[in-house]
Design a protein. Structure first.
Length: 238
């Protein structure tokens, strides 16, 4: 069955030449927060990619595409095989049921961000991440002690998964993305929950973190080292 496909890009001054290689079946929606003129939709520069994604969902809730890929303006640092994934989705060789994270690292953070966020190089003052307050604001109960996710906020979601929640939920989430401190980093840790899914392969839910699904030269990780992880991830998300 042919599926309607869309790529949503949260753009802010990145080079978008890579979009020329997006397979033709995809409708491409680029939202710009860097003041770029041209054939893109401008948005106020707040809320990072979470605000962009949620704006798109609210705008298209009544007519979502069958399958939507959400991406930042430069996806390849987090998803080196991004073009391959788009081709696989376009050809139907990669099947997504509900929700699927994209990336090659699985990691964990806690309620205050002390495992990751406090040490992130973009967090110069080492501030905490208030995941507990975020969960209360968005209505997540019970509040997990830890959040396991694929860093980078890249994922694929079906129209059925999007519409598991009412439009009012996404409108509220959009407001939170603009107003809650570091909201985009909070959303990054629980996009799968937003769409009513648990996107972490079961084999990795209790694993030592981080888990690498591709070789990392600076860490000395080879394909042999990560082959088992990739096999388990593919088996669990097939």
């Amino acid at each position: 069955m042919t599926r309607n496909l869309e790529l949503v890009v949260a753009h802010c001054r990145e080079d978008t030449a890579w979009l020329r290689r997006v397979p033709s079946p995809f409708r491409v929606s680029v939202y710009d927060k860097g003041g770029q003129a041209g054939s893109v939709t401008g948005l106020p520069n707040l809320g990072r990619e979470a605000h962009t994604y949620l704006h798109h969902i609210v705008l298209n809730y009544e007519k979502p595409m069958d399958l939507t890929v959400f991406s930042q303006g430069k996806p390849f640092d987090h998803v080196p095989d991004f073009h391959t994934i788009l081709r696989q989705l376009s050809s139907g060789s990669l099947r997504v049921v509900g929700f699927r994270w994209l990336g090659f690292i699985i990691d964990r953070d806690d309620r205050s961000g002390s495992l990751l966020f406090k040490h992130w190089r973009g967090n110069a003052d080492g501030r905490a991440l208030n995941m507990e307050g975020f969960c209360r604001a968005i209505g997540r109960k019970p509040i997990p002690e830890n959040f396991i996710f694929y860093p980078g906020a890249h994922f694929v979601v079906t129209s059925q998964a999007i519409r598991r929640r009412p439009l009012s939920f996404y409108r509220k989430a959009l407001e939170i993305s603009a107003a809650f401190p570091d909201a985009a980093h909070c959303f990054e840790r629980c996009w799968d929950w937003i769409f009513g899914a648990d996107g972490i392969p079961p084999a990795f839910r209790n694993a030592n973190m981080p888990v690498y699904l591709r070789p990392v030269q600076r860490l000395g990780l080879t394909w042999t080292d990560v082959a088992r992880n990739r096999r388990m991830a593919e088996e669990d998300t097939a």
